[in-house]
Design a protein around this ligand. Structure first.
Ligand SMILES: NC(=O)c1ccc[n+]([C@@H]2O[C@H](COP(=O)([O-])OP(=O)(O)OC[C@H]3O[C@@H](n4cnc5c(N)ncnc54)[C@H](O)[C@@H]3O)[C@@H](O)[C@H]2O)c1
Length: 251
């Protein structure tokens, strides 16, 4: 099926992790003919992903962008628009968690990290990218929720609350901007063997468990998520709006 994505432009946050969901989505979209603005707080990682996108035959730009930093986000989006002229697809992928602990042991620092990056960061980038989509009366916004944001997980309530916020924000924004031919959806992956659990300071035993699950084919892979994102980003997915798509296999 030709998704008709050739020559579209996507901005993807958190696409600098070389084993992450963001890079997986970037590579699937690049194969569909999409140019990619690779954003990450880790510029070196973003540059590596951009190189791979170029090797796949598409234009790419790497930008250092901490999604919690409003000025950096605005500057990055301006730079990208000057270079590419448009952003058709926004993928709010950057995210992080904190060590799972019983709620009474969680700290305000844990709350701030989870909520500022996952929820406020998603709003931040969306607010910077949306005006040109409204002006051009076209756009696709795809954000990253989690199965942990669809149903409560013991010791994961703070992260889950931030991700549930992304899900509800998605639904509300979809109702607001559908009139401009913009769809807003999110995806809820199950466990992925990305760098997430290390970056979120999960105990080593938990990190090993996710690696074993990946070896047994039980995790959601970046490519699997990329395929769903490509469909949502395409014209074929235009009737899907305000949804949170669970991409977690049988888990
Ligand atoms: N891996 C999982 O099990 C899992 C499950 C459900 C949802 N998710 C979500 O998937 C998304 C991608 O995570 P991943 O699993 O690929 O992890 P990852 O750690 O491999 O990649 C996350 C990327 O986000 C970047 N990032 C973190 N904070 C940032 C910030 N403030 N500004 C800009 N970039 C930032 C990191 O540098 C990294 O490159 C996240 O939103 C995560 O919450 C992951």
């Amino acid at each position: 099926m030709d998704l008709g994505l050739k020559d579209k432009v996507a901005l993807i946050t958190g696409a600098g992790s070389q084993i992450g969901f963001g890079k997986g989505m970037a590579m699937v979209l690049a194969k569909e003919g999409v140019d990619i603005i690779v954003c990450d707080m880790d510029l070196e990682g973003a540059e590596k992903t951009a190189e791979d996108v170029r090797a796949a035959g598409r234009k790419a730009m790497a930008l250092k962008m901490d999604i919690t930093n409003t000025d950096e986000v605005k500057q990055g989006v301006d730079t990208a628009l000057k270079e590419f002229g448009k952003i058709d697809i926004l993928i709010n992928n950057a995210g992080v968690g904190t060590t799972p602990v019983p709620f009474v042991e969680s700290t305000e620092k844990d709350w701030d990290i989870n909520i500022n990056v996952n929820l406020r960061g998603t709003m931040n980038v969306t607010k910077a990218v949306l005006p040109q989509m409204i002006e051009r009366k076209t756009g696709r916004i795809i954000s990253m929720s989690s199965t942990a944001g669809l149903g409560g997980m013991a010791t994961g309530g703070v992260y889950g609350a931030a991700k549930a916020g992304v899900t509800l924000f998605t639904d509300a924004l979809a109702k607001e901007v559908g009139q401009y031919n913009i769809t807003v959806n999110c995806m809820a992956p199950g466990a992925g063997a990305t760098n997430f659990h290390k970056a979120s300071n999960f105990p080593q035993a938990a990190q090993d468990q996710f690696k074993n699950m990946a070896a047994a084919g039980m995790t959601t892979t970046p490519e699997e998520l990329g395929t769903v994102a490509a469909f949502l980003a395409s014209d074929k997915g235009k009737k899907i709006n305000g949804q949170c798509i669970r991409v977690a296999g049988l888990m």
